[in-house]
Design a protein around this ligand. Structure first.
Ligand code: ATP
Ligand code: MG
Length: 363
């Protein structure tokens, strides 16, 4: 007789474009994971049709009590949001869905690991798999994405806009502490902090100051400080010199797309939006967007979605199942079963089926 299963309630928000394809793939793999691992848990998905399509048809992304609804779940799985329609500019779609969820559920940390998976290669010629293994810790609640600011004299030749970045001692301290703990949990004990404090002379200067304050608590961690422009150069020319990286909302957004591209494809990279206090559900999503150019064609790379799912499983406390899922994904890429962006010729469903088949044997 099977032990009583723990049921994890997952809010699933496929969103737009390939978000739909890869969420579907992730759900298949998660169902398989719960049956294949001899595990004592199952997933109950509840799908929310909060998308640009919904907005165009009904005028809203998420209902007014959307955040309250999400609070009832153990975790949130998110596909992508954004659609190239003149009636849904990107700032509307982002500020209607993903940014309010991160903000109102206090998901102040965004974790973005990057490494080169077996059977895949970096576009960098100086970069064997062992030389790129990073975790980018992105501040996820303030900074350049505060949403504060405005436009005056709009639609006149004198139109002037402000985009206010907000940095607080409390906000910086908590992300720094998370970054130091992450660095501490990894073998190399190394943290690189990124700012633009030579040109941005208020918020970035506070960011530097708090970094050195928190560093005092972690004498065992080797630290260094980079300006974001120089950081892009270092990521390309000397990837091996980096390990854990902490940066602001905007900077880490950009650096993590670069990191994903350097590891082989933006299609493989995962992200976790965490509320480390665990008072609210955390949210897991691949870092790529809705990719309208390949939407609905069934060719999107689901690896970033699977890796994000594995991080969700880990956050829920199921370490062994998370490791098994990653092992299955790595066996599949190692066997050359890959989508076009990784140089392969398989479609989304073929990669999904291959991962499900591997799940039969990894435990
Ligand atoms: P967002 O603003 O939501 O971050 P974006 O405009 O930055 O979106 P993405 O949707 O992330 O752009 O994708 C950029 C390009 O990368 C896509 O047009 C697509 O060609 C490719 N791409 C992204 N994700 C995948 C994937 N999972 N599989 C294959 N190709 C992908
Ligand atoms: Mg992007």
């Amino acid at each position: 007789i099977r032990e009583q299963s723990r049921i994890y309630r997952i809010a699933s928000i496929p969103g737009d474009g390939i978000g739909v394809d890869i969420t579907n793939a992730a759900e298949q793999v998660l169902h398989k994971l719960s049956s294949a691992s001899g595990s004592t848990f199952e997933f109950a998905f509840h799908t929310f049709d909060w998308s640009s399509r919904n907005y165009l048809e009904r005028g809203w992304y998420m209902p007014p009590d959307g955040i309250e609804q999400l609070k009832r779940f153990d975790a949130i799985y998110f596909g992508a949001v954004g659609w190239p329609d003149p009636d849904v500019p990107d700032h509307i779609s982002l500020w209607s869905l993903i940014l309010p969820i991160r903000k109102h559920l206090s998901q102040y940390v965004n974790v973005r690991p990057t490494r080169i998976l077996p059977g895949t290669t970096s576009p960098l010629s100086n970069c064997p798999p062992s030389s790129l293994d990073w975790v980018i810790i992105r501040e996820n609640s303030e900074g350049e994405y505060s949403g504060q600011g405005g436009i005056s004299h709009e639609d006149t030749p004198y139109a002037t806009a402000t985009e206010v970045s907000i940095f607080t001692q409390v906000g910086i301290e908590r992300i720094m502490r998370f970054a130091f703990e992450t660095a501490k949990s990894r073998p190399r004990k190394k943290l690189t902090m990124v700012t633009k404090s030579n040109a941005q002379r208020h918020g970035m200067v506070l960011w530097d100051k708090v970094f050195y304050q928190v560093a005092e608590e972690y004498p065992e961690i080797e630290i260094d400080k980079m300006l974001v422009d120089a950081m892009t150069v270092r990521m390309v020319l000397n990837p091996k010199s980096l390990d854990t990286i902490v940066a602001t909302n905007l900077h880490a957004d950009i650096l993590s797309d670069l990191a994903a591209a350097l590891s082989g494809s933006i299609g493989i990279a995962p992200s976790s939006n965490l509320d480390p206090t665990r008072q609210n559900p955390s949210m897991f999503e691949p870092i790529h967007g809705s990719a309208p150019d390949i939407a609905g064609k069934g060719v999107a790379n689901p690896v970033g979605a699977f890796w994000s799912a594995a991080e969700m499983v880990r956050w829920l406390g199921e370490e062994k199942a998370a490791d098994g899922l990653m092992k299955a994904v790595e066996n599949v890429t190692a066997n050359g079963i890959k989508t076009k962006d990784l140089g392969g010729d398989r479609n989304t469903q073929e990669v999904t089926d291959a991962v499900c088949a591997e799940l039969e044997s990894v435990f």
